[in-house]
Every structure is written in C-alpha cells, then in structure tokens.
Design a protein around this ligand. Structure first.
Ligand code: F2R
Ligand code: MG
Ligand code: MG
Length: 305
C-alpha cells in the first residue's frame, strides 16, 4: 500500500525536477532569463508553471473533494505570473479566463483543436495521488482537468500516460509493466511509436546516451515529444539516485524543467521523500508548503469521490 512518504516524494520530486531542470530549459535566451529570475530573495531555487499548476490542482481537489473544473480554472487564472514561465498559448488562455471568459471557450480560443503542449501532463501526477484509492475514477478526472487548458487529444493522451505511470509507481510495479500499462492509454502513433522504442530499451536494460533518447523519443514542449521520454528516464533510473536521473534529464536538453517535473514525480512516487537529495530539498522554494500539501493529499485520498 502507498505511504505518506511516497506522496511527499511525488510532490517534492515534481517540484525539485522542475526547479533543477529550469536553468537548462530551452535555448540561450530562456536560460539567460532564468539566471536572472530563477532564485528567490532568500536564495532558494524557484520552480515554474509545472509546479504552480500542480499546486492549483491539488488545492482545488482538496477544497472541493473532487474535480471541479470551474473552481480549478479560476485558480489557474489567479495563479498565473509571467515569471513562472508558462507556455505562450497557456498564458493567453489563462488571461482570458482571468478576464471572465468561460474556460470552455477559452481552451480552444488560441488553437481551434486546443493545445497539444505538455502543460496538462505536467500536473497530472496530483490526480494519481488524490485518486490512488479510486483508480476507476482516475482517467475521467485526468481528462476533465486537462481539458481546461489542453483540449487537443494529444494533450489529454500525455496527461493520461503520466497519471497512470504515477499511480503504478506508487504501487511500486515493475518498470516495464508501468511503461506498457501507461502506454495502453495511447492511441496516436506519435505516442505508440515512442512507447515501443522505450519498451524495447527498457526490456533489454539499454540506456542510450541522452542525445539519442532526445532524438528518438523527443525533448520538446509537445506532450507527444516529452511524456514518454520522462517516463523512460524515470523508469530507467528507478533504482538509481535522483541526482543521476536529473543529470540525464538536463543532458537531454529542450524542455528540461517539464521532463524533470514529470520524471521527478514518477520517480518520487516510487522512492518517496526519503530517496530525494536532502541538501537540494533544503534549497527548494516553498518546500514545507509542498510537504504539507502532499500530506493533505495523503489524508484526503480515501475521500476521493
Ligand atoms: N514555455 C515554457 N518555456 C519557454 C521556453 C520553452 C522553449 N522554447 C522550449 O523549446 O522548450 N515552458 C512551459 O511551457 C510548457 C507547457 O506548455 P503548455 O502549457 O502546454 O503551453 P502551450 O502554449 O499550450 O503549448 C506549448 C506550445 O506548443 C505549441 N502548440 C500547442 N498546441 C498547438 C496546436 N494545437 N497547434 C500549434 N501549436 C501548438 C505552441 O508553440 C505552444 O506555445 C512547459 O515546458 C512549461 O515548462
Ligand atoms: Mg515550466
Ligand atoms: Mg517546460
């Protein structure tokens, strides 16, 4: 059975992966900007939109007792700050919601099919925690929460993949089983092709160089070019130190904060807070708030309806 330490490991692992990956995200301009704004006044490592949206999801679930999309849309919009590095489309959607537009219109106002970015997937681990005792309700909940900002089918598919892997990591299932079970949520060839490659590597115990993982599975901002990568890395490093996993993530390049957040959540759900690097946790922004939130999710999980 899942433990409180694993819940804390998942939430803190997500935030730590986000904060440690952020300085390496994107190109020279993004990295330079993060050097300027990536540290709090107290000298802590700041996290980005990945963690902020996860906090919003967790707080809404705890306040409302289930998915309440209207409540969550308002929270997403209220929390928006440019300095958290939101995706450009997501930023526009959230500003429209803040200005009073219904999220059901706003979510297709930038892209007619909705966003296929990984912004839905990066916050999906919170749903796996809350619905850990109600796995039958998990997939529908993930879809509802993802649609608020990421209505594109591939945005939703990525979120289902990451949530399922987080749930199975809490249960400490075998890494290859986790990948295949999560992959069963996939329909689009962009996902199924990557799952096949990652499963072949994992089954053979092969860990290619980060550059090859990025080339074959992706390292981009689209859900289909980052979710399988994050799962493969988290599962390949399931029995190795968190720092080694994060080093691999940063060497993959591209969307490193989000790869770090998703991999960190899946890794942390399995290994718990006890496995995370203590010295880095001490330098993480709002670590005690995140711990408190994870404990509330642990207590609240049975009540999930
Ligand atoms: N935005 C950032 N980082 C800024 C620098 C990134 C860098 N250039 C890089 O290459 O990695 N980080 C944050 O954004 C990501 C989450 O994004 P989210 O919430 O999915 O945003 P958005 O804007 O909805 O989608 C991202 C981009 O994907 C393209 N896109 C999405 N749907 C599309 C569609 N239907 N048609 C065409 N293009 C679509 C657009 O370029 C979007 O801007 C995370 O990395 C987070 O850390
Ligand atoms: Mg981010
Ligand atoms: Mg990112």
């Amino acid at each position: 059975m899942e433990s409180e330490d694993q819940f804390e490991g998942c939430v803190l692992g997500l935030a730590l992966g986000d904060a440690l990956g952020a300085p390496f995200e994107g190109g020279a301009v993004e990295r330079l900007l993060w050097r300027l704004i990536g540290t709090t006044r107290a000298g802590e490592m700041r996290w980005t939109d990945d963690t902020q949206m996860s906090v919003d999801v967790a707080e809404s679930l705890l306040a409302r007792g289930a998915v309440d999309a209207d409540d969550l849309a308002r929270r997403f919009a209220r929390s928006y700050r440019w300095s958290r590095g939101y995706g450009p489309g997501a930023a526009r959607v959230l500003k429209k919601i803040a200005a009073g537009q219904d999220w059901q219109l706003a979510n297709r106002s930038v892209y007619p099919e909705g966003s296929y970015g990984n912004g839905g997937a990066m916050r999906a681990p919170m749903l796996a925690l809350f619905y850990a005792r109600r796995p039958d309700a998990l997939l529908e909940a993930v879809e509802q929460v993802t649609l608020i900002t990421h209505a594109h089918p591939r945005g939703v598919e990525g979120a289902l993949l990451v949530a399922t892997a987080t749930l199975l990591s809490l249960r400490q299932a075998d890494p290859l089983e986790i990948l295949l079970a999560a992959g069963a949520c996939s329909r689009h060839v962009e996902f199924t092709r990557s799952i096949d490659i990652a499963a072949t590597w994992l089954a053979a115990g092969v860990l290619p160089k980060p550059r090859q993982v990025a080339a074959e599975l992706g390292n981009g901002i689209a859900a289909a070019r980052s979710c399988v990568t994050a799962l493969f890395v988290a599962l390949s490093f399931a029995d190795r130190p968190f720092d080694e996993m994060l080093d691999f993530v940063t060497r993959c390049g591209g969307d490193t904060d989000t790869l770090g957040a998703m991999a960190g959540a899946v890794w942390g759900a399995r290994r718990g807070k006890a496995g995370l690097p203590l010295e880095k946790l001490r330098r993480l922004e709002q670590a005690s708030r995140l711990s408190t939130l994870s404990r509330a999710l642990y207590s609240g999980r049975c009540a999930a309806a």
